[in-house]
Design a protein around this ligand. Sequence first.
Ligand SMILES: Cc1cc2nc3c(=O)[nH]c(=O)nc-3n(C[C@H](O)[C@H](O)[C@H](O)COP(=O)(O)O)c2cc1C
Length: 522
Amino acid sequence: MTAAAPGGPPDAAPISRIFHEETKYVAGHMDKFNTATGWKATPSPFKSYVSEGTVDLVGYLPFDRHPFTGGPLPPAPAPPGRPGLSEIARLLYFANGVTAILPLPDGSRHYFRAAPSAGALYPTETYVAVRDVPGLPDGVYSHLVRDHALVPVWEGDCWDRLLRYTGAHPAVDQARVVLLFTAIWGRSQWRYLERAYRRMLLDTGHVLGNAVCVAPRLGFGAFPVGGFLDAPLNQLLLVDESDEAVLALLALPRLDAIDMERMGADVAWPSPPSYGAAPDPAQDLSHQLHRASSIVQPPDAEPPAPDPAALERPYADADEVIALDPEWIEWEGGLEAAILERRSARRFGRAPIPLEKLAAMLSFAYQPAVAPEGRRDALRQLFDPSLLFTYVLVHDVPPLEPGVYYYVPGRHELRGVRPGDFRHEAHHFCLEQDLGRDAAALVIHTTCLADAVARHGDRAYRYLHLDAGHIGERLGLAAVGLGLGASGIGGFYDNEVTRLIGAPEQDVVAYVTTLGTLPARE
Ligand SMILES: Cc1cc2nc3c(=O)[nH]c(=O)nc-3n(C[C@H](O)[C@H](O)[C@H](O)COP(=O)(O)O)c2cc1C
């Protein structure tokens, strides 16, 4: 079916490749993704617990009024020490809290979140492990999003366990707060079937992106951790991995106390290779991929490091090279205001966006500009910064000619790939969604899956989608900061995207982010 990845036996495909091929959307062959499920069957996007130990976080938010009821807030509790409950309350809220409530005609309410979610299904859950945090007993808590409260799921100091399960990761070791992000299959799968797994990872990347952006503003360094022992970590959270599983950790050591010398190189653990293991047709593929990409013991050798030069190689001899100016965003009201304001664009105004604004969005997406001066090293972003190739499909970004460009983050440079007006094609490959046609530009993330699997095993599939979601979130926030609109596109005809941008068909399209102007108010 597909070429073997380097390092694998000939003619054997890793399960991530098999999964990816099986979940490609192909025009005219979408029957296998049709669901007969009606809207009424939508699973609840909220967990509920009965617990006497619930900790209300609403009073710690930086608002005058209750964000859900609109009523006055009780006086904020005295800050008990930093980082304390205030910082944790804000971090969780601006990562994935409820930021708007829409009453629906049937009397129910839709709860919009700080982060977008494919189909508004919100599969991502957040847990927080704490130790020595004033006002909060040691333990692991589940974030109850609708109430903005914490519910204990594990009481006591769990750091020994966290360190064991992450190979004594130095950022976990230095942290007193660690976020653990899971995703729940059922919420996404009822609608997206096998392809749900891709969207669960992208959604979780968006939430992680918010948390990384906000963390330094609350006094935390931010270190995403993708290498962990899956089974015991799921057990710690009391989740059954066939329903819900940990996808990523975010270790949050205090910015003013980080020992960077002990932090070491930033490498993501690989999972063992799965070449040649035929999938079981009786089980769903995404669970098989998830299990195959799980880690049962820490790697015995140093995992391969990212290869930043990989992003410099494509189109190195392009005729047209556009060096972008470093452009920064003036965040009116701070980044938090952009998170509160953020909504995915439903339509674009079909007006141009100037090149400086595209440059500013790309800058913010890849450079941790929100880190306090001199502490950029304490704000790591991606599991592997060399995994994703970035293409920009330009429809209307003067003075650029419309066409396909390749973006090199390390150089902040666009390389011309192919000129042309591709609005019609983009409309089609975005499953005929107008956003693809009316955007001023589309940012398309791809990966060479064979190289990625050679480096990280099938776990690469997690890293690349989490990273793509994270970058998508930063692009979306940057758009808000510049008065523009953005929307992720999780549904696209995979091979038609690679064909249009000129990437090898073996490359995996992870995500598409549309960027454009907001429509004029009617
Ligand atoms: C991974 C992902 C894929 C998405 N795909 C699409 C899409 O194909 N078309 C679309 O109109 N919106 C898409 N969205 C946007 C969601 O529909 C939107 O986030 C959701 O309705 C919640 O609204 P909000 O983002 O305004 O809070 C996507 C969002 C994410 C995170």
